[in-house]
Design a protein around this ligand. Structure first.
Ligand SMILES: [Zn+2]
Length: 275
């Protein structure tokens, strides 16, 4: 009799513990903020669409995305360096066809506005290592950085490493379910750079969204599957665009294109957010 009571008590405890665990895992992603991480003007947009719109200039934007998950904050991309905010003429490129970037708002200022300290952000990931995406990585020196190994090992100008050796890093070789519940998944989408990656985010009310980094730069290039001349691999870029298209279908997801100004103008920016 005594044994039966003991066993019942243990089973009850197990049931309570499982229910508590299910409760704590339930929320997943709670919020997503779109942060203004730069505004610019491209000198010649045919740089991104070979043979099309030659000599035409176009406005660009640059976003960072801050995700609040039940397990903590994740920052996706870090944008143009905050220091550019103090440059009256913006960051002028050596190639006049490229983008002149400005920083009308700093990343630090926008985090402050929503009550998040840089030290609150324990995890970050970048789509790739071009300067308009990694400009503020060291604002978060202790945050775990998720990056593809092929991107991490890709040397920059003068054979320079892309990140500080002491920055905590998880080097990936493919897709990664960041929180283990399927709500935030890094997708390996190489082509623009060797280890370019995109992010699938499943929001409770908005539904699924794919943040495509620079797998594509603006809507017209997506619709026509155009590959910019500076990309490291045309073949990989096309395959990655197909992978994103398949993900959009499977997850009934929206595509949010980082540099597309027309799309950003239609979205809510921080301190507003998506749930
Ligand atoms: Zn970019």
């Amino acid at each position: 009799m005594k044994t039966t009571v003991g066993l019942t008590a243990v089973l009850l405890l197990v049931a309570v513990a499982s229910a508590a665990q299910a409760q704590s895992e339930k929320p997943g992603v709670e919020r997503l903020y779109i942060l203004n991480c730069g505004e610019g003007v491209a000198g010649d947009i045919s740089r991104w669409s070979p043979g099309v719109n030659e000599g035409k200039s176009m406005d660009f934007v640059d976003n960072c995305y801050l995700i609040k998950h039940a397990q903590g904050w994740l920052l996706w991309d870090t944008g143009i360096p905050d220091g550019v905010a103090a440059m009256p003429d913006g960051l002028v490129p050596s190639d006049p066809k490229a983008v002149t970037w400005r920083r009308p708002k700093t990343l630090a200022g926008q985090l402050d506005q929503i009550g998040v300290k840089p030290s609150d952000i324990r995890a970050m990931a970048v789509s790739h290592t071009h300067p308009d995406h990694i400009g503020n990585v060291e604002m978060f020196p202790t945050a775990m950085l998720y990056v593809q190994k092929t991107e991490y090992d890709w040397r920059g100008a003068n054979n320079q490493p892309r990140f500080k050796a002491e920055h905590p890093v998880t080097k990936l070789d493919g897709d990664r379910d960041v929180f283990g519940d399927g709500s935030v998944v890094i997708l390996r989408t190489p082509g623009h750079t060797p280890g370019h990656q995109s992010l699938l985010v499943k929001l409770p009310k908005t539904g699924a969204v794919v943040l495509s980094g620079d797998a594509v730069h603006f809507r017209d290039n997506w619709d026509n599957r155009r590959v910019p001349s500076m990309n490291v691999s045309k073949e990989q870029t096309t395959a990655s665009m197909q992978k994103i298209a398949d993900t959009l279908t499977k997850e009934k997801a929206q595509l949010w294109i980082n540099h597309d100004k027309a799309q950003r103008d239609s979205l809510r920016m921080a301190p507003a957010f998506y749930e």
